[in-house]
Design a protein around this ligand. Sequence first.
Ligand SMILES: [Zn+2]
Length: 243
Amino acid sequence: MAALIEGFYVGPLQMRCSVVTCLETGDTVIIDGGDEAPRLIDWIDTASGDGPDESNMPELEIERTVVVLLNTHAHFDHSGAIPPLLERYGVEWYLHEGDHQLQTTAKQSAERWRLHAPEPALPTKTFEHGDEVIFGSLRFEVRHAPGHSLGSVCLILRTPEDEPDHAFVGDVIFAGGVGRTDIPNSGGDWPLLKKSIEEQLFTLDDETVVYPGHGPLTTIGEERKSNPFVGERAMDPTRNFYF
Ligand SMILES: [Zn+2]
């Protein structure tokens, strides 16, 4: 069964929040509830307000029930709206243990950007690498991909054989870019991030659609071919000598 996947660019850093809904059951998973909780809630509950910035089925109307909140990692632009979303939906919130400490510093991190974030929520559930988390007919594989933060995970939504899978990757990789490794308190590490991308993402099918935390959608095949930091282009040593 295909899934409805809606993207909302939220907050001053235009972080992608993904709202994934099972077409069979209406079960809805919110990935990276980072900001603009009222906008998300209006759309999910009553299909009103500004709605998503992108959707794989824009004409579809469906009744939704939010069943869980998932996070790729704990930077405040990804987790700042968790408190109002938890309050509204009363569901579990999953975050990898490697980012639990980082999550407690979300408010101070926001202040470094001169932004306001509420007192951070604490996760109620923990992901492990290799876990499968299943909600309705939505089945996500959890892949631990540290390097941007200690507890970054990529959430791979498995779909029927004839359709591409979907990878929600947070700030591990972007269209033509990779996550920062210099953010305080995060355990950033470039060799580790590169290894995570190679082992956890480049082992997926080329057709897999990638939903980065910022910027446009891409695919595994496109990044493998053209990302200047990882993959085939980066492996060509003549391209690494600029002067
Ligand atoms: Zn981040």
